[in-house]
Ligand binder design. Sequence first.
Ligand code: SER
Length: 326
Amino acid sequence: METKVLIIGANGQLGSVLTKTLRNKFGGKNVIASDLIMQENSEGIFEEIDATDICRIQEVVVQYSITQIYHLAAILSAKGEENPLSTWEINMKTLFNVLEVSRKNSIDKVFFPSSIAVYGEDAPLENTPNDAYLNPATVYGISKAAGENWAYYYFIKYGLDVRSIRYPGVIGYQSLPGGGTTDYAVDIYHKAVLEEEFSCFLNEDTTLPMIFMEDVIRATIELMDTPIENITVRTSYNVSGISFSPSEVVAEIRKLYPDFSVNYKPDFRQDIAARWPKSIDDSRAAKDWGWKSEYTLEDITIIMIHKLKEQYELNSKHLETLLHRN
Ligand code: SER
């Protein structure tokens, strides 16, 4: 049977890039992007789906004979703390809806992203093992830890092939993150290219696990392509990219922009970051599906600066053309 993919949360930081990759892999007509609202620049098949509405997911799954679902919609760590109960409600309800629709429609594979946010202060901070104790201290982390267990439950009880990765902070030039504790590591590059001062909401020495967009997309595809018998982790796989602190990324940026100026104003996100791992052990992913990251902080910095510069220059050229036309 032909693979037909539904992506829920396709407008997000990861969703927008993953949609393009999956369209290249499976063909445009076989990948249905969805989110709460359709964006103006949206390309390809798009359906508006509020994932808290199970009937709407069911309708689209039947309409397109969907065989795989990527459920990327969630409220992230920092944003989630503004309203903990509604974050729990949204993150869990959307997951239950996806799992139930998948079970009832015999979906082949489901992808559910988890996060390094599942860890809390009782896990080792360095090289955190896949099976370390989980006591998350954000509602986002709690919902991801619970979600991992539900993924496992649907696999053992119903045989639903749910696969998951604990994403580190994702860095990419293609899209903007929203509401996360690791978002500073994207914003900082935008400020550097715009030659503006950057105000950092974390302390300069707060080391966190991060990953480049190209690596994270490849990890996701590699996991989804792995033969089912090789998958031994049914909660979620640790996947590591690189670890760095704000001062380390600043030092890399200053190689290209020596005058780049930063001030540190840690806020509540510092407390969230302080309980997360500094680096993680991804040996289970390496063993089961050959995971290995490819991008260093230096690579990421060079690519981010180059691509963002290109984007800002294109935008200002576009603006100039528009102004001259009028
Ligand atoms: N990037 C996420 C966040 O900061 C972690 O998964 O919330």
